[in-house]
Ligand binder design. Structure first.
Ligand SMILES: [Fe+2]
Length: 311
């Protein structure tokens, strides 16, 4: 095990491979005896999730030790404060653990080497794809992170199991990836769209699913169905297929609710944002028609727990 001093010394070496995202920096420190060590730095006011991978073997290691800062975690509805020296061992996590960093938090991250190498390279690829979306559409990029954050939180409340979290994370984050294939003059048009232009916009669901299905990362390929279904409506009046009720996956139903609420409460070039109260009313009005009723109920309960704060 490396000492804190050794880690800090290594951290200063700029050549170490790292993956930088909006939420965190992961710096690879080295490997010994099949365990990889990295320094995981969370930025202030960010949220991340830790969950057990059900397909992991018995001797699988995934452990997070707080080195600096304070981390608030939500584990099975119980809030805990973790500080220097506290450990999250993923093998002991029954469900999904939400980790909120209020300040900079530095964590020593230990993981079975084979899994770490795969994860580390995948995170790099995911980040590159996210940057590509940002270049095309800045709004979509920030919107993506919010949609993922709230979708995972909602999933956690509705299905407190281990399965499916990684797939929902990818499907919600990349739900609008198909917009990369839509001409910019249509995507950014401020005036009214023609019927033909609407048809093109609606293609972002199937185009996105196709992009996901051909992706080199397995959990992204597996999330293609969420992207394809995220504009379906509970009453069958959505697109691209007009699926009804339970024909729509619960994952896509979650993304649809979170996506709609975020769109309503965000200012766009062509319209001003609704107030939270107005958007809540819209969600209630759309319950059972546009939206899955149970997802709306759980979403509104989640908002209430968050004192209606939406960031
Ligand atoms: Fe969309």
């Amino acid at each position: 095990m490396l000492t804190l001093e050794q880690i800090k010394d290594i951290r200063l070496k700029a050549y170490l491979p790292r993956v930088i995202t909006d939420q965190s920096v992961t710096t690879y420190l080295g490997s010994a005896e099949n365990i990889s060590y990295s320094l995981y730095t969370l930025f202030p006011n960010t949220t991340t999730w830790v969950y057990y991978h059900s397909n992991s073997s018995a001797d699988f290691v995934e452990r997070y030790t707080i080195l600096n800062g304070v981390l608030e975690i939500d584990r099975d509805g119980q809030k805990l404060i973790l500080q220097r020296g506290d450990v999250i061992d993923v093998n002991e996590c029954a469900g999904v653990v939400t980790c909120n960093a209020e300040s900079h938090v530095e964590i020593l991250f230990e993981m079975t080497s084979s899994k770490f190498e795969k994860n580390f390279s995948e995170r790099g690829i995911i980040q590159r794809d996210a940057k590509q979306i940002q270049e095309v559409d800045g709004y979509t990029y920030h919107h993506c992170s919010r949609i993922r954050d709230y979708s995972l939180e909602l999933w956690k409340r509705m299905r407190p199991g281990r399965q499916g979290v990684a797939i929902l994370s990818m499907g919600s984050y990349f739900h609008d990836i198909g917009k990369l294939a839509i001409p910019l003059e249509i995507l950014n048009k401020t005036g009214k769209l023609t019927d033909d232009e609407w048809k093109v916009i609606k293609m972002h669901t199937t185009l996105g699913a196709e992009m996901m299905s051909n992706h080199p990362i397995e959990r992204i390929r597996k999330a293609a169905f969420i992207v394809e279904e995220h504009h379906e409506r509970y009453d069958g009046k959505g697109y691209p297929y007009g699926l009804v009720g339970s024909q729509i996956s619960i994952e896509a139903s979650i993304v649809s609710v979170v996506d709609a609420f975020d769109a309503m409460t965000t200012k766009r070039v062509y319209r001003k944002a609704m107030t939270t109260e107005e958007a809540i009313q819209e969600m209630k009005d759309g319950k059972g028609t546009q939206f899955h009723p149970e997802v709306v109920d759980e979403f509104l309960a989640m908002l209430e727990d968050k004192q209606n704060k939406w960031i």
